[in-house]
Structure formats: structure tokens, C-alpha cells
Design a protein around this ligand. Structure first.
Ligand SMILES: Cc1cc2nc3c(=O)[nH]c(=O)nc-3n(C[C@H](O)[C@H](O)[C@H](O)COP(=O)(O)OP(=O)(O)OC[C@H]3O[C@@H](n4cnc5c(N)ncnc54)[C@H](O)[C@@H]3O)c2cc1C
Length: 381
């Protein structure tokens, strides 16, 4: 591997925008502050450099991981047989008249949101405070407070790794779904830049999320799926950031409750026909009133979405589980975030993830699926 990285190193010598990071460790770049050392790391300051680095590594058959902000990664401890290709290209370009925004893959996502609001545009304020890079937003179709990047994404500049072609492709070709796309777990391509169509009247996306709407004084009747009410974007951004900070969902290196990958498990989607069985299991443990109150939302034909956090709590896991001495714990502010308290290893975190998943399965027969991308390690062992 080291020998093949030397070949890549040689092939990329002198390419504009490329630099090599000999001291790169995942523990320094992931928001979990976990993970070992790759065989090599290449930093790419332009989209051309990013495309070139990935294409050359692919031509040498080198395993690689594209890294943005490291906020959705669970990386194994120790030495990893792969090359980290880091998207450091930061440009953001906004046309305030048309509402079109383009951001390079390496632009910090929250800077994109903030710049769009400063330019008087609306539509992504509910996605304020999500860590990571612009290029990663389509990968799992990031979403929060009733808005997803799919709502505003028009197209992405994509390097198709199978062919080496670089082209703008429409968002509709990415199969964007709930915390997923055909870029996640597939190695299909690398997003070099994204393009968004935003609102030019400075008003927010419709407020669909009850907690946010209440914070802004909007009545519940005007929210929900049809969401009719919009607010000025800057006010919505402030409210979202306040709510997120309260839950430890804005990354802050000084606060161990935020040393996480955000929500660790996706909300489980189950067949409608299985919901009654889950409710019965909840009822056996907690009584019929609790079972009747179980959150359950339509999720496409024949399917329902349950709440991972609710199930984790009803399975007996409290905030801060398993206790103050543990190196990896549930956040003390949010049961859906698994956190590193400062001296955890990835092995500690994985053990906690397995314990929570097994607890929910034993209590309710529901399988939780991790939301982050796992590298060199697997929840199934
Ligand atoms: C405190 C906290 C709160 C969070 N809240 C939310 C939330 O509300 N909603 C939400 O959806 N997510 C949330 N997340 C998860 C995470 O922030 C997002 O998934 C984010 O988009 C990941 O971006 P990144 O640049 O850090 O990606 P990385 O962690 O660097 O990479 C994640 C995956 O994307 C791939 N990738 C990265 N860049 C590219 C690219 N340019 N092209 C192709 N593949 C790429 C990587 O190879 C990897 O597979 C949260 C995380 C944290 C730590």
C-alpha cells in the first residue's frame, strides 16, 4: 500500500492545488475525534485538483476515501489501507437576482447557509448548523427541521468514477431519499460542486416542523406536511441554531456532548403490517397509553417511519448511558447521539452502538441502522 501511495504521490507531483498531508490522522478531522491513520492523504484546493486526485488514485486501483468535514464518519482505530482525499476547495458563488447558488465540494456547509441568507435568499435556513462540507450534502440528502437538500438541489458537478467523466448531472439522477442517495455506500462518484435554486424573496422554506414552528410562534395548524407558513430566513436560522445548540447538535470542540456524528441511527422504516407488533411490545413494557403515543408517520406505500430516539429511550437507555466514567456515552442532551467523552477509541464507540442496537431489537424487534458511513469497521462485527 505504501509503495502504491508513493506511485500516486509521484503521479500528482506538481499538479495545481494538490498538497500532501503526511501527518493526517482521522482522530484530528472527524467530529467524533476518532479514527486511525490512512496510508496517505492528499489535500485538494480546487475542484480540478479533487477530480484529478481521485481519477489518478482510481487508475492505480488505490482504495480511497473522499473526506469533507469528517462529520458523518466512523473510522476504525489503527492503520487503514486507504488514501484520504480531502476536499479543501472552498468557493461559493451566488447570483442574488436569480437565486442560483453554486458551492465547491469543500465549502463549509454552514458558511453556504450563512452566505445565502446574507445575500437575501431563502430555502436552506432550516439546514443551519449541520457540520461538514457542501459536497457531502447530497450524499445522504442532509435534512433537518422538515427540509432536505433535495428540496433545493438542481444539479451537481460529478466525477463518475467508473468512466472518469466530469459533468453536471441533475439532482433527479441521484435517487435522493431519506438520509440516502445513490452516492452513499456505492463509490459511484465524487461531488465536485453543487448548485441550488433558492428563493429570492428572503423567506424561508415552509415551516413543517412543530418544535421550530412553536419557537417562531406559528400555530400547529399551519405546519405539517403541507406547511403553509414561511418566515424571514434570518429569524428561522437563529431559531434553528438555538434549538440545535440545546441538543448538542452544533459541533463544538469544547463540548463533549457534540463529539458525535449527529444522529447515530436513522429513524427505522417498517412495513405498516409490523407496526401493530411493535406497539404490542411497547404496551407489554410500558402500558397501552405509551404504546398509543408511539410516534409513527407515513413513509411511502405500505411503510411507516418510527422514531429511533423514542425507541432507544423506551428500551431503557437514558441520556448519558452508560454513565459518567464511560469513554463513549449517549449524549447527555440527546439519546440519538453517541459521543466520545475525550478518551474513547472507535472500538468503545462501536461497542456502545452494538449495545443500543441490540437493546432496541430485544425490546421491540426493530433493527436500527447507523446513519454515518463506517470505514474499516462494521456494526455487525
Ligand atoms: C453535531 C452533528 C449534527 C449533525 N446534524 C445533522 C442533521 O441535522 N442532518 C443531517 O442530515 N446530518 C447531520 N449530521 C451528519 C453530517 O453532518 C452530514 O451528513 C454532513 O453532510 C457530512 O458532511 P462531511 O463533509 O462532514 O462528510 P464526511 O463525514 O467527510 O463524509 C461522509 C461521507 O460522504 C462522502 N463524501 C464526502 N464528501 C464527498 C464528496 N464531495 N463527494 C462524494 N462523497 C463525499 C465520504 O466519502 C463519506 O462516505 C450531523 C453531524 C454532527 C456531527
Amino acid at each position: 500500500m505504501t509503495h502504491r501511495f508513493t506511485e500516486l504521490h509521484d503521479a500528482l507531483q506538481g499538479v495545481d492545488g494538490i498538497s500532501f498531508a503526511d501527518d493526517f490522522r482521522f482522530v484530528d478531522v472527524t467530529t467524533l475525534h476518532l479514527g486511525g491513520r490512512p496510508a496517505g492523504a492528499v489535500r485538494c484546493a480546487t475542484t480540478d485538483a479533487l477530480a484529478t486526485a481521485v481519477a489518478r488514485a482510481d487508475s492505480l486501483n488505490l482504495p480511497l476515501l473522499v473526506v469533507g468535514g469528517g462529520s458523518n464518519l466512523v473510522v476504525a482505530d489503527g492503520d487503514l489501507p486507504l488514501v484520504a482525499v480531502v476536499a479543501d476547495c472552498p468557493d461559493i458563488d451566488i447570483d442574488a437576482d436569480s437565486g442560483l447558488l453554486r458551492a465547491d465540494a469543500g465549502a463549509v456547509w454552514d458558511d453556504v447557509v450563512s452566505a445565502s441568507i446574507d445575500a437575501g435568499l431563502g430555502g436552506i435556513e432550516c439546514l443551519s448548523g449541520i457540520p461538514g462540507s457542501a459536497g457531502a450534502t447530497p450524499v445522504q440528502n442532509v435534512g433537518a427541521y422538515g427540509v432536505e437538500i433535495a428540496d433545493v438541489l438542481t444539479r451537481v458537478l460529478l466525477l463518475e468514477r467508473a468512466t472518469g467523466a466530469v459533468d453536471w448531472v441533475p439532482a433527479s439522477s441521484l435517487d435522493l431519499g431519506y438520509r440516502t442517495s445513490n452516492l452513499k455506500h456505492t463509490g459511484r462518484g465524487v461531488v465536485l460542486a453543487i448548485e441550488l435554486q433558492l428563493r429570492t424573496d428572503g423567506s424561508s422554506a415552509p415551516l413543517r416542523f412543530g418544535e421550530l414552528a412553536r419557537r417562531l410562534g406559528v400555530t400547529a395548524d399551519d405546519t405539517g406536511a403541507r406547511g403553509t407558513v414561511r418566515h424571514p430566513s434570518p429569524l428561522v436560522r437563529e431559531a434553528v441554531l438555538e434549538l440545535r445548540r440545546g441538543k448538542g447538535m452544533v459541533h463544538d470542540p469544547a463540548d463533549h456532548d457534540t463529539w458525535s456524528a449527529g444522529s447515530f441511527f436513522t429513524n427505522p422504516i417498517v412495513a405498516d403490517t409490523d407496526v401493530a407488533g411493535v406497539r404490542a411490545a411497547v404496551s407489554r413494557l410500558h402500558g397501552v397509553d405509551v404504546a398509543d403515543a408511539m410516534p409513527c408517520y407515513p413513509a411511502g406505500e405500505g411503510c411507516s417511519k418510527l422514531s429511533a430516539a423514542w425507541l432507544i429511550e423506551r428500551a431503557g437507555f437514558v441520556r448519558g448511558h452508560p454513565g459518567p466514567e464511560a469513554p463513549a456515552r449517549l449524549s447527555t442532551r440527546h439519546t440519538l447521539a453517541l459521543t466520545n467523552r475525550g478518551r474513547a477509541t472507535t472500538a468503545d464507540l462501536v461497542a456502545l452502538a452494538r449495545e443500543v442496537r441490540a437493546g432496541v431489537w430485544d425490546a421491540f424487534g426493530v433493527t436500527l441502522h447507523p446513519e454515518p458511513v463506517w470505514v474499516g469497521v462494521d456494526i455487525d462485527g
